[in-house]
Design a protein around this ligand. Structure first.
Ligand code: 5CA
Length: 165
């Protein structure tokens, strides 16, 4: 007997790309595309019905010497101390502009996912995210999010667990 789920809505192209990248990594959950915004961490927490700290912000920096992209995956309640990240990276860094974010991740600010980027990114993972049973992150658009465990995020992002705040 065949079974179909015709009620499942179609994801937008960017969210579908993230869904496919996640499933290639072994994810078995869903990307949820909301009618309302998940552009900010607070909006994402409101949509997910979780604590702000459980939202994973995917912040892009640029190594000023190397020009490479640096990804900091940080809890929604934390503000990243750029000096710490520069020390880990071994070079001065700057906040990426929207064009650089799109060039290195393939996604626009507000929807940058923690994995599935178009270029490899040196990645630091906020140790504060590890305290939660599950966390949420952006999935390609300012309306799309997905839930995963901190262990999955660590494995799939190859992030170095650090104090980032
Ligand atoms: N969808 C939400 C929750 S998962 C989200 O993507 N949040 S975020 O924190 O990962 O991405 C938004 C971040 O992009 C902001 O915290 C800010 O650091 C950065 N940002 C916003 N506007 C700009 C801008 N004009 N230039 C550079 N960075 C920006």
């Amino acid at each position: 007997m065949t079974s179909t789920n015709n009620s499942k809505p179609t994801l937008s192209a960017s969210a579908q790309k993230v869904f496919e990248a996640l499933h290639a990594l072994g994810y078995t959950g869903q990307v949820i595309e909301h009618a309302e915004s998940t552009r900010t961490a607070q909006e994402a927490a409101d949509r997910a019905g979780c604590a702000l700290g459980q939202i994973t912000k995917s912040l892009i920096f640029r190594g000023k010497t190397s020009g490479k992209g640096i990804l900091v995956l940080t809890s929604g309640v934390n503000r990243v101390d750029e000096k710490r990240i520069a020390a880990y990276a071994g070079e001065p860094i700057s906040r990426a502009d929207p064009e650089f974010v799109r060039a290195v991740t393939g996604y626009a600010i507000g929807g940058v996912p923690p994995v599935g980027h178009v270029t490899p990114l040196e990645t630091y993972l906020d140790e504060d995210l590890l305290q939660y049973p599950t966390i949420w992150a952006a999935a390609g658009t300012p309306n799309a999010i997905f839930e995963l465990t901190p262990a999955e995020l660590q494995r799939w992002s190859s992030g170095m667990v650090k104090l980032v705040k």
